[in-house]
Design a binder for this molecule. Structure first.
Ligand code: CMP
Length: 140
């Protein structure tokens, strides 16, 4: 089925100047960018986005990292987009990510792991709505 998923290029990858290389991977996999913006997240925005992780020991480091510099946020659309995007990203921990994945190629650590992607249909809906009002999504 045609799905949408939320993607974030995190501060480490923006700082490395690999936005274009990551976009090219999305495009070559048949994922279309139907919404996009650059943002410097506030602590409140980052904490709200990652609210499901609020009780985890890594939460503060995660939020610190996500506000450390600008990010690029986009909605990707395509056949099986959620799983396809996760395959392109590779494992959360770059040390465990398969060769040729975004995280294996561009990430430095489990915190500075280059990209975020929604993990399921319900989270994709919530995450897309969190950053993009419907009128800012341009499908076809
Ligand atoms: P992300 O897919 O953006 O979702 C939550 C983030 O928390 C994750 O990527 C990692 O960057 C970060 N994180 C740090 N430590 C852990 C951990 N032990 N397990 C999962 N995520 C972690």
């Amino acid at each position: 089925a045609i799905e949408r998923t939320l993607s974030i290029i995190k501060p480490d990858a923006v700082a490395k100047n690999v936005i274009g290389q990551i976009y090219t991977r999305f495009e070559n996999a048949g994922l279309k960018i139907v919404a996009a913006r650059m943002a410097q997240l506030s602590r409140a925005e980052a904490e709200g986005f990652y609210a499901v992780h609020a009780a985890r020991p890594f939460f503060k480091d995660l939020v610190d990292f996500m506000v450390s510099g600008p990010v690029i946020i986009q909605v990707l659309e395509g056949e099986n987009a959620i799983a396809k995007h996760r395959d392109l990203m590779g494992a959360t921990d770059p040390k465990k990510a398969e060769k040729g994945t975004i995280r294996a190629d561009f990430a430095d650590s489990i915190d500075a792991n280059a990209v975020h992607g929604s993990d399921a249909e319900e989270t994709a809906k919530t995450e897309i709505a969190y950053f993009f009002p419907a009128l800012n999504v341009y499908s076809r």
